[in-house]
Write a protein that binds this ligand. Structure first.
Ligand SMILES: *[C@@H]1O[C@H](CO)[C@@H](O)[C@H](O)[C@H]1NC(C)=O
Ligand SMILES: *[C@@H]1O[C@H](CO)[C@@H](O)[C@H](O)[C@H]1NC(C)=O
Ligand SMILES: *[C@@H]1O[C@H](CO)[C@@H](O)[C@H](O)[C@H]1NC(C)=O
Ligand SMILES: *[C@@H]1O[C@H](CO)[C@@H](O)[C@H](O)[C@H]1NC(C)=O
Ligand SMILES: [Zn+2]
Length: 487
């Protein structure tokens, strides 16, 4: 407006510019001003784990819903889970980006010599915070950054970690149906602006349970896999009904795969060493051995070459690439069965036809990975990633700074959509006073721009070089545009 008055109302270009400038400062206000408070513009992400969903299940029976996500988004052919390929360690790796030795949930069943305490999936010990506090899960980090999170049965999400629960969560209860879990997640994402969650995690026990009982090769698994695809379809449909499908980035993966076992492939430790000499920690196929006081050498020498179907590692000799060594909760001796083998003390132990926990580089141990959404690239197949890379990817999508982790964004950057979208804005502005200057700065730049253009315009008119004005105005507006994108 200023330009119109000063320009005597005879220059449409200057007037247009003057009209546009307040819009520029308004857009600053929307993005960073106190009114929006970040909540409305925050990117949304839902991470789903179907426990034990092996990578190749999606091509074994028709799985139209998985394939729709791949068509609309991405898939990764080889995802290397963290070692050991068990449920609790890997679900914590997915939300921390850390190997088990660093996040501290080194197994489903653990013993901590410093605490003289045991952790077991089957007891309330999992609710003791100290087991979890060697790391900070993403739901805590996003809440500390001013965002909100919601969790439906994800391992560890109903435990107070570093003083916090997710804003919304369900206490673990295996009897709650998948559909009921989805309903709650949808409700949390659909809440009014300031109450809606930005990051959700959703866990389902299948097809792991059936995989253990039936064995992955069993043709009865086909029905189970088709059933999971239907459940995914239900989730997608509910997201659509709630108007969330195009807003929420959806990542569907798993904690590990599943290997076929056989009753002919059993290692009985009692044949080699007396059980009085050690404590057995965790379950087949990867077991921690804690020798009794002064019995290390005896136990190790009896086990070391006892059976060709198991590897027996001294803790310090566990292969580097497993990143499974530097934690007091990893026992002095580790037994790792070869693929398909079961290790027990004697045959009275319950036997399963499917299991996981083995070497994470085995194909059978690798999980499915598909994703779609505004931040995700379309119709793209990636060859490989490590599951710890998911954490920096999720932090990037959610626009929060990641904590130190073992993943790498550059390994998975190609999964992101190529066009910058609102949901891939580089970062949530700090909550501190910084942002409140943005509108002021924007307006100031606006006024300077108008005056600058006026001066240029007057000079141009005087010199009768009107054609070059257009060119100049483009140049001058460029820095402002760029600044807008980066903020
Ligand atoms: C560890 O705890 C058990 C009981 O759970 C107790 O019997 C044992 O003496 C404790 N060991 C040490 C070293 O404190
Ligand atoms: C677990 O969920 C089932 C099904 O909703 C319910 O009947 C049961 O009371 C719940 N158990 C606990 C301990 O809350
Ligand atoms: C096998 O182990 C169980 C405990 O796991 C024990 O009760 C049983 O006596 C053992 N059987 C033999 C033959 O040693
Ligand atoms: C994993 O990341 C943590 C945190 O940065 C670091 O302390 C640890 O050394 C890393 N582990 C490996 C194997 O690089
Ligand atoms: Zn699992």
């Amino acid at each position: 407006m200023l330009g119109c008055f000063l320009g005597g109302g005879c220059c449409p270009l200057v007037c247009l510019l003057a009209l546009l400038l307040p819009l520029v400062s308004l857009s600053h206000l929307n993005q960073h001003g106190p009114r929006s408070d970040g909540a409305r513009d925050r990117p949304k992400l839902l991470l789903v784990s179907f426990d034990g969903f092996r990578w190749d299940y999606i091509d074994r029976v028709p799985t139209p819903n998985f394939h729709r996500i791949i068509y609309e988004g991405v898939t990764v052919e080889r995802v290397e889970s963290a070692y050991i390929t068990k449920t609790f360690p890997n679900h914590y790796s997915l939300v921390t980006g850390l190997y088990a030795e660093t996040h501290g949930i080194v197994a489903n069943e653990m013993y901590d010599p410093a605490l003289n305490r045991s952790f077991s999936m089957e007891t309330d010990s999992i609710y003791e915070s100290r087991w979890w506090e060697e790391a900070v899960p993403l739901w805590v980090t996003i809440q500390k950054a001013g965002g909100r999170s919601g969790a439906a049965m994800w391992p560890g999400s109903d435990v107070k970690i570093h003083g916090m629960f997710p804003n919304k969560y369900l206490p673990y209860n295996a009897s709650v149906s998948f559909e009921a879990r989805v309903e709650r997640i949808i409700e949390w994402f659909s809440a009014p602006k300031d109450a809606a969650v930005d990051f959700g995690v959703l866990y389902w026990e299948e097809p792991d349970e059936s995989g253990h009982n039936l064995g992955p090769q069993n043709s009865l698994m086909d029905v189970v896999i088709a059933g999971i695809d239907e459940k995914l379809g239900f989730l997608m449909n509910e997201l659509k009904k709630a108007g969330l499908y195009e807003k929420v980035n959806l990542i569907v993966t798993s904690d590990h795969g599943m290997a076929q076992l056989s009753p002919d492939k059993i290692i009985e430790l009692d044949e080699y060493v007396s059980r009085d000499l050690y404590t057995w920690v965790d379950k087949s196929p990867v077991v921690g051995i804690l020798p009794k006081e002064g019995k290390f050498d005896e136990v190790y020498s009896k086990l070391a070459d006892a059976n060709p179907n198991m590897m027996v590692y001294k803790k310090e000799d566990i292969p580097e690439h497993f990143h499974y060594q530097h934690n007091i909760r990893i026992m002095p001796i580790l037994i790792e069965s070869k693929e398909g083998w079961t290790v027990v003390q004697n045959r009275t132990a319950p036997f399963m036809l499917g299991n996981h926990g083995y070497d994470n580089t085995l194909r059978s141990m690798q999980p499915v990975f598909v994703a779609r959404g505004p931040a995700i690239r379309q119709n793209y197949v990636k060859t490989s990633m490590r599951s710890v890379d998911l954490y920096p990817l999720m932090c990037h999508i959610l626009a929060i700074p990641p904590l130190p982790n073992n993943g790498s964004l550059s390994n998975v950057q190609d999964l992101l959509s190529l066009e910058p979208t609102p949901s891939t804005a580089p970062s949530i502005p700090p909550r501190a006073n910084g942002y409140s200057y943005a509108p002021v700065v924007g307006s100031f730049i606006g006024v300077v721009m108008v005056l600058g253009f006026l001066m240029v315009y007057i000079r141009q008119v005087t010199l009768k070089q009107l054609p070059s004005l257009k060119h100049r105005s483009r140049e001058m507006s460029q820095p402002l545009l760029q600044e807008d994108l980066h903020l």
